[in-house]
Design a protein around this ligand. Sequence first.
Ligand code: SAH
Length: 214
Amino acid sequence: MVRTAETRRDTFVAQHLEARGIRAPLVLAAMRAVPREIFVPDALKRDAYEDRPLPIGAGQTISQPYIVAYMIAALCLRGGEKALEIGAGSGYAAAVLGQIAGTVFTIERISELAVRAVSNIAAAGCDTIHVRHADGSAGWAEEAPFDAILVSASAAEVPKALLRQLAIGACMVVPVGRESCSQKLLRITRIDEDTFAREHLIDVRFVPLIAEED
Ligand code: SAH
């Protein structure tokens, strides 16, 4: 039997996501809908439905799909939100987020990757995603506030600009920690103008967030 990409995605979602506790129906549907093979280099397309990060050039990786699903589930989206992602990379996580959120703004600091993210996102038929080539630690002030912020690279500290661009009541999911073995995935909820609640979700491994001032 020829297994289509769609069948492989359905199997992937059942075995790697549902079986490991990802329950949010919107997230499972979004992971079933986005063809990850579009976002990985030609030589690695046959590995697109393995649950691991893959190299995408410029020393960066497309994240492990379980982590993409876990992080998006942790944002507790209902649909239609205005979302910000830092670290577009291949554009895959933005495309998954875009299946649920109304609009996604995603920032990538490496121009070669930003250009490729734009074409991958177009090839996947996602038309509610805006990609910017810039330092994402400054956020995207003109579009703030955001109902959700997903940070796909790990910083020593959560960039202040991102906290300021979070809508009241909204949350950000962000890996924090410089050493690749000691990063913590945090969910930060903005309670009011000056109060933020922090929860430690799991330990993770991300490429570093490289900010202008580093
Ligand atoms: N979300 C991506 C995976 C991202 S890997 C995907 O689905 O493919 C993390 C990305 O963050 C890398 O592409 C890296 O270049 C980018 N990055 C690191 N520091 C950044 C910064 N300050 N601003 C924007 N992007 C940054």
